[in-house]
Ligand binder design. Sequence first.
Ligand code: MRU
Length: 355
Amino acid sequence: MGDQFSIPVANGIPALRWEEPPEGPVLVLLDQTRLPGEEVELTCTDVQALVQAIRDLAVRGAPLLGLAGAYGVALAAARGYDVDEAADLLAGARPTAVNLAYGVRRAVDAYRAAVPEGLEAAAAAVLAEARALHAEDAAASASMARRGAELLAELAPGGGYRILTHCNTGALVSGGEGTALAVVLAVHRSGELRRLWVDETRPLLQGARLTAYEAARAGMPYTVLTDNAAGSLFTAGEVDAVLIGADRIAADGSTANKIGSYPLAVLARYHNVPFIVVAPSTTVDLATPDGASIEVEQRPGHEVTDLGSPLGARAYNPAFDVTPPELITAVVTERGVVSPVTADALRVMCGSRAE
Ligand code: MRU
């Protein structure tokens, strides 16, 4: 039943799946660094290979990182590696998306609880937990899509939406259809998507490569733009709403997401356009009090300079920025919509979540 919740994103290939060939269990990833040109899978037989795939962004996006972390612990357990060491390596592979640490922690807890029954039982328990997380993510995705589409209809009645999005938040990052892009897909299916504006998302082009790939496959009317063209779209009155995902939402509602999200929030506020964050409640991290406490991953400079800078040029390459809650119209999770975004409302919304 390993991949029963996986939405095929590339000609039947899911973003991630567990397989058990005779040589031993493996985690198979759709290599997102090669999309959209090539639909190539990457087979991880050990945790080191998975950690490298996470660092290289072959597997990426907060919810999918959570699944990769949980299945990574399952891989370690099934292959007899040191589970605690594997968990540390996995959780430390990328610092900002809290879902990675969450997925690893849930898997490790399931493993530890079952160890008294023997190592084989513990390996089975951790795999069952990874699959449970996978199923929860798919269900959360469906709920966010419905709630997000309803919210959009409330905030911007009339339909025929022109939605701007940043980075990639669809089936490539989820056990289901994603977060923000799942909402866009629901709007598209209801015939109300006039245009999806896709920020290219420098420097690794998750928008131009991956969101455009998903939008094209879904038959959406979409247009790719350079990140710095967004302002002129707002000026022209061509954006009805901004929908983005999140990598970590602090207790006060400050939201870390792909670099370039914060300037969009500023633009949206200036132009009186709703700025909506769509994320599973597992992305809300009540243990991180505010935006300043979120660790922002710094990526290698060559990702910026490779595109034509002189040899030796220095680069500033934070992978994420943080948008303060006062610029966010609403946070949509599978549990409900928080608007205005306050610490109290987020805490109540997360109240009954399984930790
Ligand atoms: O560096 P990435 O590609 O992993 O960054 C991904 C994002 O910033 C996404 O917007 C975020 O993880 C939400 S995915 C539903």
